[in-house]
Write a protein that binds this ligand. Structure first.
Ligand code: NAD
Length: 500
């Protein structure tokens, strides 16, 4: 439809790079950023594929002004009409599934099947937004004779969404379809490490008929985030990323009296019971720790092995070994991430832990510049070691031993994080016991990655989430709207009292 939008990058590419310089998206136009350019790397080979502007707060001002301008018209469009854009958008995601998946492979390093799964999840999130007219229908009740109360939901205005590197398409879709379908206008701040997918999202939304200014992108880093938290015309800020930055964004945004929901990092524990089904446990746990190269906030990070589970651990190691770097396992995001992950492994080994499967110094022929770390399993980790306490964010499973389930729960409960926890057992009663006592917002029973699917909301506890409610699913409706209560009396005989 709008062919000028199909290529979000400027035609003035640095000649040697595959993609032109990434642009911001403001008021329906791709425009150059106003800051220095940062190289965007393909983590698979370390090559530079594009450059992204580190925009200033002035760029945020322009995007917010464009969003403000669009807000009234968009908010006054009935929700049933607004979601028509997302029905069309969903079809475009499906049409471009292959291209969008390949872009994720390139800028993020995921293997193709993982990248495709990410776009399919973006489609599912879009489908949920299409159902919002049905879910958000207001309430009405006769509260006294002849007196009626009704509740309607209104959008907030201009909202901001700040996203991390690990899902260049899915995490933006946690917020974009719902916030927009509910009538808000948005400024998205993509991760500067993976800024290309966001441009495609903008182009496809425009092709689907989204009015100019409803969705905007400002590329950059800390300065843009701080400007979004400070801007007086932004009503709400959602954030997904590390706990350190989530806390800073939550403090700054709420300090400016904004509504903020900030999802942080994770340290997910899996409790492995001796009665677990060997095949189900080993395949699920290996997939959880190595899938997406461990760069998932839902990844298994600590395995709390209860009592005699040696044979199960051997099977997990065998399954994990099959995740060969460069084949089933993509690279991590950067050279710094690789160095950080390998440092955790080395420190644990030096502290007395036993490396059962060693992913350090992984080499992929033909991709020598890539940032690969192989699957790593380390046994006899002590709960006080850094690798057991801190977020490693790589394909690393630290095994801590516990004598019984209460000891295992004590270890899990001590973690400051609280995104996910799982238990592998054949006992329903024990599964329930763990589910009730785990200190996490998302619990799995014989599931390594217990992601709640729509309409259930995604969100953790403790240091994994700051703010009230969840970011996706039904719970997101509260976050992206405010309710208005109207009390009506038409008939004189209803009388007057202090409640009516
Ligand atoms: P990050 O916190 O480094 O970056 C997230 C966003 O914040 C990016 O857009 C980045 O540009 C910006 N940012 C970075 N440093 C900043 C600073 N000092 N001030 C202001 N803004 C800043 O996170 P990441 O490395 O991109 O992503 C990985 C992290 O995200 C992991 O901790 C992972 O667990 C977490 N994550 C959490 C969830 C969840 O649902 N809880 C989901 C996905 C990822």
């Amino acid at each position: 439809m709008q062919s000028t939008l199909s290529a979000p990058e400027a035609p003035t590419a640095a000649p040697a790079l595959k993609y032109a310089d990434v642009r911001n998206y403001v008021g329906g136009q791709f425009v150059p950023g106003d800051g220095p350019l940062l190289d965007v790397l393909n983590p698979g080979d370390g090559g530079v594929i594009a450059r992204v502007p580190l925009s200033s707060s002035a760029a945020v001002d322009k995007a917010v002004a464009a969003a403000r301008k669009a807000f009234r018209g968009w908010a006054e469009t009935p929700i049933k009409e607004r979601v028509q854009v997302f029905y069309r958008y969903r079809a475009l995601l499906e049409r471009d599934l292959d291209e969008l998946s390949r872009l994720i492979v390139e800028e993020h390093g995921k293997v193709y099947s993982e990248a495709q799964a990410e776009v399919l999840k973006a489609i599912e999130l879009t489908e949920f937004a299409c159902s919002l007219p049905q879910i958000t229908a207001g309430e009405v009740m006769e509260v006294s004779k002849g007196v009626e109360c009704r509740v309607d939901r209104y959008p907030l205005g201009v909202v901001a969404s700040i996203v991390p590197f690990n899902f260049p398409s899915m995490v933006p879709h946690w917020t974009i379809p719902n916030a927009l379908a509910l009538g808000n206008c948005m400024v998205l701040k993509p991760s500067e490490l993976v800024p290309l997918s966001a441009g495609r999202i903008a182009a496809l939304l425009a092709e689907a008929g989204l009015p100019a200014g409803v969705f905007n992108i400002v590329n950059g880093a800390q300065e843009v985030v701080e400007a979004l938290c400070d801007h007086p015309d932004i009503q709400a800020v959602s954030f997904v990323g590390s706990t350190r930055v989530a806390q800073a964004v939550y403090r700054r945004g709420t300090g400016n009296l904004k509504r903020v929901l900030a999802l942080g990092g994770a340290k997910n524990h899996i409790l492995l019971m001796p009665d677990a089904d060997a095949e189900m446990a080993s395949s699920n746990i290996a997939a959880s720790m190595a899938g997406c190269t461990g760069q998932r906030c839902m990844a298994a990070s600590v395995l709390v092995a209860v009592a005699d589970t040696d044979a199960l651990i051997q099977r997990i190691v065998a399954q994990a070994r099959a995740a060969v770097p460069g084949e089933a396992l993509g690279p991590v995001i950067s050279a710094e991430a690789k160095a950080r992950i390998e440092r955790y492994i080395t420190e644990a080994e030096q502290g007395g832990a036993k490396v059962l499967l060693d992913g350090r110094n992984a080499a992929v022929p033909g991709c020598e510049g890539g940032f690969y770390v192989g699957p790593t399993v380390i046994d006899h980790v002590r709960p006080d070691m850094a690798i057991a306490r801190e977020e490693v964010f790589g394909p690393v499973l630290a095994i801590v031993r516990a004598a019984d389930v209460d000891g295992a729960l004590e270890i899990e409960n001590r973690s400051p994080y609280g995104n996910a926890a799982s238990v592998f057992t054949e006992s329903g009663g024990l599964a329930r016991y763990v589910a009730e006592r785990a200190s996490a917002g998302m619990v799995g029973v014989n599931v390594g990655v217990p992601v709640p699917r729509e309409p259930f909301g995604f969100g953790g506890w403790n240091d994994s989430r700051f703010g009230v409610g969840d970011l996706t699913g039904r719970s997101s409706i509260e976050f992206w709207t405010r309710s208005k209560k109207t009390t009506t009396k038409w008939n004189r005989e209803a009388g007057v009292n202090w409640m009516s």
